[in-house]
Design a protein around this ligand. Structure first.
Ligand SMILES: [Fe+2]
Ligand SMILES: [Fe+2]
Length: 273
């Protein structure tokens, strides 16, 4: 039986600053119409949850209102950035605990016919928190017990733009050192599918033998003067279809009537840009 995942991402939800709630609710209606087996939010669930717990609780309540099975993984706006990317404040045990209280485990596996989903907390990659070592152990265990299943990796940040060797530290992709460490751990069981968010652009590419799918934001895009065009600046979500025999398909779903908002038009969200 095909397992269908609706990957939503970068919903940036808040009750106090509900700029992107309308788009989220439209997405929720579209999800209820297609009833995926799992809704997976790949991070930046909340607008400013790293500092405002209200944003975390509001975001969780909005997901509950969809009424479908849902799982989460954290983004930088939910619990802070990796230590070398302090733009939104660094991940701490306290911030992480708040996230866990609202959304459950920040790294996890789920087995479905023919596949194992491995969801990671990208902000722990390269972190010196004790939880980073726990996540490393979980990756090793997930690989060791994989068996004949295919592996689908989900994490907030894409691993890289064009190549695993690229040296740039941009804040857009996993940094070179933790990327190397992660890929080394995955060497014996390279993921067939690597799905991410964070860039607020949709992109679907085959790189180094894996399919890399970037889910767009459900809420907004970032203007060209601040961010290059890597793929498609368009809101929506991604449907992944995982087949028991290991085949898979991913596609962008555009929600009818849902506007592609631009963060430049919402200076109250993160300040004028
Ligand atoms: Fe985001
Ligand atoms: Fe992000």
């Amino acid at each position: 039986m095909t397992f269908r995942i609706a990957q939503i991402s970068d919903t940036h939800l808040s009750a106090e600053k509900p700029f992107f709630v309308g788009n989220f609710e439209r997405t929720g209606e579209a999800l209820r119409a297609v009833r995926p087996d799992l809704v997976l939010n790949s991070g930046d669930i909340s607008l400013s949850g790293e500092t405002k717990e209200n944003d975390l609780s509001a975001a969780r309540a909005l997901h509950e209102a969809i009424g479908l099975p849902v799982r989460f993984l954290p983004g930088n706006h939910d619990l802070g950035d990796s230590p070398d990317l302090a733009a939104h404040g660094v991940i701490t045990d306290e911030r992480r605990s708040r996230y866990l209280a609202h959304f459950g485990a920040d790294f996890w596996t789920l087995d479905v016919p023919g596949w194992r989903l491995l969801a990671l907390n990208a902000q722990l990659l390269g972190s010196d928190l004790a939880a980073a070592a726990d996540q490393e152990d979980a990756i090793v265990e997930a690989i060791a017990s994989l068996g004949a299943r295919k592996l689908a990796l989900f994490l907030h940040m894409p691993l890289f733009d064009k190549s695993a060797d690229e040296p740039a530290m941009t804040g857009r992709f996993v940094d070179p050192a933790p990327r190397r460490a992660l890929l080394a751990r995955l060497r014996t069981a390279p993921p067939a599918l690597i799905a991410s968010g964070h860039i607020h652009q949709y992109r679907d590419s085959w790189l180094d033998g894996a399919r890399h799918v970037w889910a767009p934001s459900t809420g907004y895009v970032i203007p060209d003067r601040l961010q290059p065009i890597y793929g498609l600046k368009q809101v929506g979500f991604v449907e992944h279809r995982l087949e028991p025999d290991g085949r898979h398909e991913s596609r962008l779903v555009q929600v009818p009537g849902m506007p592609t908002l631009n963060i430049a038009d919402f200076p109250e969200a993160y300040g004028p840009i």
